[in-house]
Structure formats: structure tokens, C-alpha cells
Design a protein around this ligand. Structure first.
Ligand code: MLT
Length: 394
């Protein structure tokens, strides 16, 4: 072949973090088929879709089998019914008012986070370290310069704007944060919004874990004054309503966001209409049901279930004197590996000694070395069993 390849791919790690974890677990299981492995690694939900969601999916599936109600291509940005449902969800949950033209329904936060990079030129990127790997990888693939802001014990795992005012930077913020579970207060987010507006920068706010906020912290960047001129928000129903396998989320681009007389919302619409064919009708109806009043009540029960698991894991950490964060506004426990172990060393130790899979902190960035993430998305039974194993042997 004589084609030129994207040289930037050489700057990526050999495999995506969760694929690497899965590969190592598979290899271990093949050698130890007797091991009863408990998976608390990737943040994948385990509870089934709720009753309202399933009912809506059944109904929509039936509609697809009848000539009069069959639907072909969906609008790339989502049907009006789901855009209206998202607007209602924001208004009722956060007091944020959105125009329908600002809401773009997609197949989940991961894709939109990666694809939004299509809209931008060669800007500097600012990321927390540790961070959700998609922010880093999708920008490395485009050869962008990435500046890391350490998220550590000293700043409560919540990096704040740097003293140096850099112009035209794209900043990614995730709150409640993946992987650390730390949540920004309204005051802290206001500082970021101020920084972005003063420097002509853009915040990409990942609110995938908003449903886990329990202490009154903001669920949306748009709760913060001034954010409409400097922020895009990307959210997902994966963790809110168990849609990891069903795939639906949305991106909010305020109509005020313009550069050079060009609207970012219009550019995204243009991008999506060329590269995306919309979320399936059945899934959009499921998403509508998930954020309806009944759906929200059901999801709240699932979230309470997972947060019970977080309590179980947190209590083991306390008993063992292991310092950790998260587990309050987040389904993740971010712990310091005991005995000064490195992240992958602790991964091997947990897997081989206890049959427990977690995620090595260093996989989220160099600052995560010596840390480890456990998810509360397992079943109660599995989480209790994991806690018991750790209690006895750690
Ligand atoms: C995680 O474990 O960090 C998430 O499940 C990954 C994702 O949402 O893509």
C-alpha cells in the first residue's frame, strides 16, 4: 500500500484503557478458569432497563411494524418529541431553559465527545489529569497540543483555571468527575466560566454523571451565569437510565456560541447531517420514557441501588484505612493503592489474590499512578462478595 496514514495515531497508547483491562482479565481467566471474578472495572451498569423504558420500546417497535406508523431515517438531531423531553428535563431538574435548536440527540456521550473535535481548528486543549481517556485520545488523533492540569489530593481532584490566561483554549470539565468522583461547586464552575469568557476559550462540559449529584452541586454547566457564551454540554443516559447498551445522549450547543460569525450549533448540525444518521426511533422513544416523570422515579431507584454499593465499598476502605474520594455524588470510588503499590501492580494484586477487577488509576493519566478506581455499578451480591473478600484479606 502507498497510502499515507494518520501519523498522530502513533501518539496513542497501544490500546484503549478498558480494552486493555478486558484483555488482561481474559488472559487471566483463561489460565484460571476456576476463579470467580467480580468485575468492578469499566463503569457499565448491571440493572435492566426500567418498566417505562421497556414499555416505550415495545410500543415503538410495534409502530415500526405497521405501514401507517413506520419510520425511516430519523432527523439527525433527534425527533421533536425527544428534544422537547430534554428541554423539559433541564427546566424541571436544573431550572435551565433551552431552545429546541440547541439540543442535538446522539448515540451517547462518548461519540459526541470524540466527534465534536471535528468543529475545531488547531487549538490548545486543557485537560485534567487523570481524565476520561476519550478527551485525550480524540485530540491526540487530531494532533492537538494537550496541556494537563493535575487533579490531586491538594486540589481535591478538581483543577481550577491556571494563573496564566491562555487565549482560545478548549477545556474539558467532567463533573461529577470520571474517574475521581469529585464534583465542582457552583463557585468553582463560575471561576471556570469567567476564565473561559475572559480568554475566549470554550468549555466542553461532560455531565454524564449528573444524575448522581446528591449534595446540590450543579448538574449542568448552564446553571452557571455566563456559561451560554463559552460552553457546550454533553450528556448521556448510560449512567442515568442504564443505556450503556441502548445508546442515547445529547449535546447542547447554545445559539449564542459563535466564532467568526459562524454558529457552532449550525456547524454541528452540518457535521451530523453528513456523518450521522440519527438515533433509532425505538431508542429515542425509550429515551423519552427514561426522562419522563415515571422514568425519572424509576432511575432514581436504580441510582439509589448503585449508591448503596458505593457505601459498601467505601466502608471497606474506611475499615482498612485506605484513603479515597468519590462514592457520594458519583458511582466511582477513587482510592490510593495501599502499601505504596503502583496502579497496575494493585490491579494484578486484586485480580490474582481476590478475583476482583478494577481500573488502574494510571490508565487515566500519569497523575493517577498509585490510584485505583472501583465502580459501584455491580450487583449488590457481587459488591458484597467483593467487600467480604477485601475485608478478610486486604
Ligand atoms: C468508564 O468506566 O469510565 C466508562 O464506563 C467509560 C464510558 O462511559 O465510556
Amino acid at each position: 500500500m502507498k497510502i499515507k496514514l494518520n501519523e498522530n495515531y502513533k501518539n496513542l497508547k497501544e490500546s484503549y484503557l478498558f480494552s486493555e483491562v478486558a484483555k488482561r482479565v481474559k488472559a487471566y481467566s483463561a489460565e484460571h478458569p476456576e476463579a470467580k471474578i467480580i468485575r468492578l472495572g469499566i463503569g457499565d451498569v448491571t440493572l435492566p432497563l426500567t418498566a417505562s423504558v421497556i414499555e416505550a420500546m415495545h410500543k415503538a417497535t410495534d409502530e415500526m411494524g405497521v405501514q401507517a406508523t413506520f419510520r425511516g431515517y430519523a432527523p439527525e438531531h433527534g425527533y421533536d418529541f425527544i428534544r422537547e423531553a430534554v428541554a423539559k428535563y433541564y427546566l424541571e431538574r436544573t431550572g435551565v431553559k433551552l431552545e429546541l435548536d440547541e439540543i442535538f440527540v446522539g448515540d451517547g456521550a462518548k461519540s459526541d465527545i470524540a466527534n465534536i473535535t471535528d468543529l475545531f481548528g488547531d487549538n490548545e486543549i486543557m485537560l485534567a489529569d487523570p481524565v476520561y481517556p476519550v478527551y485525550m485520545d480524540s485530540n491526540l488523533m487530531r494532533g492537538r497540543k494537550v496541556t494537563l492540569l493535575p487533579a490531586n489530593e491538594a486540589n481535591g481532584f478538581l483543577p481550577m483555571p491556571p494563573a496564566e490566561k491562555k487565549e482560545g483554549v478548549i477545556v474539558y470539565l467532567c463533573s461529577p468527575g470520571n474517574p475521581t468522583g469529585a464534583v465542582y461547586s457552583a463557585e468553582q464552575l463560575s471561576e471556570w466560566v469567567k476564565y473561559a469568557n475572559e480568554t475566549g476559550s470554550l468549555i466542553i462540559f461532560d455531565s454524564a454523571y449528573e444524575a448522581y449529584v446528591s449534595d446540590g452541586s450543579p448538574r449542568s454547566i448552564f446553571e452557571i451565569e455566563g456559561s451560554r457564551t463559552c460552553a457546550i454540554e454533553i450528556c448521556s443516559l448510560s449512567k442515568t437510565a442504564g443505556f450503556t447498551g441502548t445508546r442515547c445522549g445529547w449535546t447542547i450547543i447554545p445559539l449564542e456560541l459563535e466564532e467568526d460569525g459562524r454558529s457552532l450549533a449550525k456547524m454541528w448540525e452540518r457535521r451530523q447531517s453528513t456523518k450521522f444518521n440519527g438515533v433509532p426511533y425505538v431508542v429515542q422513544r425509550a429515551a423519552e420514557a427514561a426522562i419522563s416523570e415515571a422514568g425519572r422515579k424509576e432511575s432514581a431507584e436504580s441510582i439509589a441501588y448503585y449508591m448503596e454499593n458505593a457505601k459498601v465499598l467505601a466502608s471497606v476502605m474506611r475499615e482498612k484505612g485506605i484513603s479515597f474520594t468519590g462514592g457520594i455524588n458519583s458511582p466511582y470510588i477513587w482510592l490510593k493503592c495501599p502499601g505504596g503499590m503502583g496502579s497496575w501492580e494493585f490491579f494484578d494484586y486484586l485480580l490474582t489474590k481476590f478475583g476482583i477487577v478494577g481500573t488502574p488509576g494510571v490508565g487515566f493519566g500519569a497523575e493517577g499512578e498509585g490510584y485505583f478506581r472501583l465502580t459501584a455499578f455491580g450487583s449488590h451480591e457481587a459488591t458484597l462478595e467483593a467487600a467480604e473478600r477485601l475485608r478478610k484479606g486486604l
